[in-house]
Write a protein that binds this ligand. Structure first.
Ligand code: ACO
Length: 329
């Protein structure tokens, strides 16, 4: 049995936060943000809108497009670093309940911006082992809830949103996910972290909102992201004997245009192979790859059989890449 990437869906919150809006909040300029990141605006969820609310909207689209019934889903895995609740219940179980799927296997994983590639690898493994048939994977983030809007080094980067996909068992090898890499280096965990509130640094008193805010060594992360991602995508292509010219769509994690450009250039990709949404959504962490893929799909540019290369890098540190055909309609 193989695992096929059957469908994609996403949800984008209504509220737009532009670079000009940010200039009223911190000492920055539209020019600096555009030049250093490629970001022009990002979406911000409503105050009472949770990560699971966004996840459900993305999931419903993905299931509808898969041609399956909701009740066919036998596992839900959510990648998020901005869960509805700190420890439990998991966002996946909240999503399952909101969708009326209370008996389904459901759990979250934490791999920051690499989350979607991690959940894809989990879906592939469960399906290929015969344990599950139709796995709903979701990357959903309310990054605005864990962002410090007085820190110009991070608040210009992040946005909110959700993306979801249905991964199904198939006997057709042409539809199969070809390969996946996932990796980590915990020695560099302090490059990107929310340092307080967990057992590593427990709160003695009341937990403050600031405890959950992201801290990032941006420049150090940038350099290692470019080097690691370039090596990783070259490896996965070589390992599978695939030339970069055969890739229909390179759908990278949307953290920074300069990172995407450096990796694309190393692979000698043409602009029309590279999918970009960083200008309009910013960095939505684990949601960014499926949100970008969904835009491609809704624009009518993602067709059955198209060969996709995905890559991502994020907190942990974690990184990964995936090579797969789109097996939807
Ligand atoms: N506006 C104006 N100036 C700024 C801003 C801002 N928003 N932010 C920083 N600066 C200043 C700095 O203070 C510094 O000033 P100095 O030279 O006087 O000290 C200068 O700009 C350069 O700062 P750098 O941090 O070196 O800028 P850099 O070119 O590295 O860009 C950025 C910063 C955009 C954050 C970049 O490093 C980056 O994208 N890093 C990678 C992020 C990433 O990929 N993270 C992984 C995924 S996220 C996750 O997993 C949740």
């Amino acid at each position: 049995m193989y695992a096929a990437f059957r469908s994609i869906g996403a949800y984008v919150p209504e509220k737009v936060l532009t670079n000009d809006d940010l200039t009223k909040m911190v000492d920055t300029t539209d020019e600096w943000i555009t030049k250093r990141t490629g970001i022009k605006e990002r979406r911000i969820a409503a105050k009472d809108e949770t990560t699971s609310d966004m996840a459900v909207k993305a999931a419903e689209k993905a299931i509808e497009r898969s041609g399956l019934k909701k009740s066919d889903i036998d596992m839900i895995v959510v990648a998020t670093i901005s869960p509805d609740y700190f420890n439990m219940p998991s966002t996946a179980t909240v999503v399952a309940h909101k969708m009326g799927l209370d008996k389904v296997t459901a759990f979250d994983i934490s791999a920051a911006c690499t989350g979607f590639i991690y959940v894809l690898s989990i879906a592939k493994a469960f399906i290929e082992s015969g344990m599950k048939k139709n796995v709903l994977i979701i990357g959903a983030e309310k990054m605005s809830a864990i962002t410090d809007y007085s820190d110009r080094g991070t608040c210009i980067l992040f946005g909110d949103g959700a993306g979801a996909a249905v991964i199904c068992a198939t006997e057709n090898k042409k539809e199969a996910i070809i390969d996946l890499h996932t990796a980590s280096d915990g020695s560099l965990g302090d490059f990107l972290m929310t340092p307080e509130g967990g057992t590593g640094n427990p709160h003695q008193n009341e937990l403050k909102a600031e405890a959950c805010f992201i801290q990032m060594k941006g420049n150090e992360t940038f350099k290692i992201a470019v080097r690691t991602l370039t090596n990783d995508v070259i490896d996965i292509l070589q390992h599978n004997d695939i030339m970069s010219s055969e890739i229909t769509h390179f759908i990278p994690h949307q953290a920074n245009y300069r990172i995407i450009k450096a990796v694309g250039d190393a692979l000698k990709l043409n602009d029309d192979q590279v999918v970009l949404t960083v200008h309009k959504y910013g960095n939505t962490s684990g949601a960014s790859i499926p949100m970008a893929m969904n835009d491609l799909y809704e624009e009518g540019n993602l067709k059955a059989g198209d060969l996709m290369l995905l890559d991502a890098f994020g907190g942990g540190l974690t990184w990964g890449s995936a090579l797969l055909p789109f097996a939807g309609k």
